[in-house]
Every structure is written in C-alpha cells, then in structure tokens.
Design a protein around this ligand. Structure first.
Ligand SMILES: NC(=O)c1ccc[n+]([C@@H]2O[C@H](COP(=O)([O-])OP(=O)(O)OC[C@H]3O[C@@H](n4cnc5c(N)ncnc54)[C@H](O)[C@@H]3O)[C@@H](O)[C@H]2O)c1
Length: 341
C-alpha cells in the first residue's frame, strides 16, 4: 500500500458523499473510484473533487478498480451481495451500518472475508462520540459497580417525504425496519457495553407513515451480563428530532447520555468519578438537507481503517461485532407480542 490506502466508494447518496469528503481530506487515503447508478451524483462529486474514475455498474467498478478498500454506502439490502462480491475480488470492505439484514448474510460476508483474506469492517462512528467514550471509561474502570438497567430512547422525526422520495426507505426488502436504520447504532453501543442481547420481546406498529415497516416500537431486552434493557423507538415525533439517549443505572452511578444524537452528557453521578470539567463536546450531527442523523464522526472511522491497514492493527469494528447488532434486531422482530385493539 506504500503508505497510502486507496478507497472506492459505492453509493454516492447522503452518506456516500460524506465518505468521499473524509477520504479526500485524509492525508494517507485517496479516492480511486466512485460508483452510483445515478450518473448525476457522480458528476456533482467530480465537479467538486476533480477527476475520479466513475462507474454506474458495480461489476464494472470491481473489474477495473485498483482500490484497496471498497466502501459500501448503498441501501441496506445491497450490503451483503456487494460486500461478498468485493471480498471475492480481493478487496477489503468498509460497509455502512447496518452490516446486513440477516445474520445469515452477515455470516456469508464474514466467510467471504476469511476465504479471501480481506477485512470486513463496519461503520460504527458513534463509538467515537465524546460522551460515549466517557461512559465506556466509567464502565470499564468498574467505578459504576454492578450495572442494573439501561434505558434507550430513539425518538426522532422522519417526515413523509423521507420515505416517499426514496426508492428503498420504508420498503421491507431493502430497509428491513427502523431498527436497522435509526436504532442499530444505539444497539451496537449497548452490546459493546453489556454483551449480546440474549432475550427480547417487542411490540411494533406503523402509525403515522404510509410504509411497509414500523415507525414506532418498544422492546424489553436482557443482555449477556444480566443487565435489563428497555428500548423505545419512533420516527413519528412531531416536527423535529426530540431525543436519542441512553441512561445507565449502576450500583455506584447513574449516567444519561442524550441530546438528539448522543452528543451530550445529560446526567452524571458516578462515585469517585466526577465528570471531567475540561471536556469539550464537539460531536456534530450529519445533516441531510431536511433531516438530521447521528454523529458525523466518519473521519475517525476512516483514520482507524487507514491505520489498521497500514500498521496491521485491528481497531476498526469488524464483521463478528457488526453481526451482534443484526442478531439482536432479528431477535427483537422475531419476538413480537400482539397488540390488543
Ligand atoms: N453511519 C451512519 O450514521 C449512516 C448515516 C446515513 C446512512 N447510513 C447508511 O448508508 C446507507 C445509505 O444510506 P443513504 O442515506 O446514504 O441513502 P441514499 O439513498 O441517500 O444513498 C444511496 C445511494 O446508493 C445508490 N445506489 C443504489 N443502488 C445502487 C447500485 N446497485 N449500485 C450503485 N449505487 C447504487 C443510490 O443511487 C444512492 O445514491 C444505508 O445503509 C444507511 O443505513 C449510515
């Protein structure tokens, strides 16, 4: 790789264009190709970043690119087939969340990585949020004592046009459900802290949008470590995002990370571990014109991927960890309790 990692980015929509921007800004990274079925998106990116080889067919991209890594930023349902095809061409993969729609697909992706000796890496940029790092430190230090409960709220607004103007959002086959899109980051963090989800039950409903998937849900969870969890999610919140929060109740401490996208410490009371006074909360959300997503720490993910590949480290989230979120989502959807009308 000669001190430089070459990236090819497939899917140049909302998040793909952010990948282009952060790869372009990273000194040890370069963009070797772009791919999207919509030529206009490719044209607007090359107008901004200069000439880059562009493809409207993923197969052609794979035949022609010298990239070391293929960044997969297409709708969820395409993640697995594209990742497997890229791995079979000897490319490392950086796939957007959710890694896949089923654990079976995730297993096939991991197997393709192993067979071809390439890495299957998954974007989990919220792990780099400042408040998340502080909570991780508090939990790892043992200062929280035994953890009892975790309460997670993802209460957001997604207007009708968000679904209506997309050819994949709200569709069962390509999006799967709101847990894959809005909640997978939150599940990843809870699993990172408290272990796999080992028990789940849920109720879901489609209440305010004309879509094939749910827009409201609640779930009760049990994590491997015995921590009890409650999860509420909605894309039906009036007017704008209200809250994206995780509250942790421990023997010797209570922490609430909140704001709209896990960017603030709302409450911190941990025995012999006061919240440091000099913390700067710098996380910013991703803006997509008329709606707002979670944190935009993609630059940190790209830095990690570059360092992992250049220095043979394994700090980026890889397939086996990405799979845990998919397993939890499958379990939550599989164990629905009926809603009494
Ligand atoms: N990490 C995060 O916080 C984050 C944020 C936003 C989106 N995402 C993930 O990124 C993925 C894309 O989301 P988005 O909001 O950017 O969607 P989007 O609709 O804005 O972009 C998807 C792009 O993929 C292109 N595409 C579709 N089929 C293709 C194909 N066969 N070959 C090449 N290109 C194709 C579309 O033309 C479009 O430009 C989703 O899986 C989503 O979950 C992650």
């Amino acid at each position: 790789m000669n001190g430089q990692v070459k990236f090819a980015i497939v899917g140049c929509g909302n998040i793909g264009s952010r990948h282009v921007a952060v790869v372009n800004a990273q000194e040890q990274a370069s963009i070797s190709a772009l791919c999207d079925v919509e030529e206009e998106k490719l044209k607007s990116l090359t107008a901004k970043y200069g000439p880059i080889p562009c493809f409207t067919s993923f197969d052609e991209l794979l035949e022609n690119t010298d990239a070391d890594v293929v960044n997969i930023c297409t709708p969820h349902g395409l993640h697995a087939p594209m990742a497997i095809a890229a791995a079979n061409k000897g490319k490392h993969v950086l796939v957007e969340k959710p890694m896949a729609l089923t654990t079976r697909e995730a297993d096939d992706m991991i197997a393709a990585g192993e067979k071809n000796r390439v890495r299957i890496m998954v974007v989990k940029q919220n792990r780099y949020n400042v408040p998340i790092g502080l909570a991780k430190k508090a939990l790892d230090s043992g200062k929280m004592g035994k953890t009892y409960m975790v309460i997670c709220n993802v209460l957001w607004n997604r207007h009708e046009g968000y679904y209506r103007d997309s050819n994949w959002r709200g569709r069962k086959a390509l999006e799967g459900g709101a847990l894959y899109t809005q909640v997978s980051h939150f599940l990843d963090l809870m699993i990172w802290w408290f272990g796999d989800v080992v028990q789940a039950s849920s109720q879901i409903a489609t209440l305010s949008h004309n879509i094939e998937i749910e827009d409201n849900g609640t779930a009760r969870l049990v994590f491997e470590s015995g921590v009890l969890g409650s999860l509420s999610w909605s894309t039906s919140v009036y007017n704008k995002n209200y809250e994206g929060s995780i509250t942790i109740l421990g023997e010797n401490g209570t922490i609430k990370i909140g704001g709209q996208y896990l960017n603030k410490v709302e409450f911190w009371d941990v025995q012999s571990l006061p919240l440091p006074e000099d913390v700067v909360f710098v996380d910013k959300p991703n803006f997509y014109g008329n709606y707002q997503g979670t944190s935009s720490n993609h630059d940190k993910v790209i830095n990690e991927v570059v360092a992992d590949l250049l220095f043979e480290r394994h700090n980026t989230v890889e397939g086996d960890e990405g799979r845990k979120t998919i397993q939890a989502i499958e379990m939550i959807y599989a164990n629905q309790e009926g809603i009494r009308k």
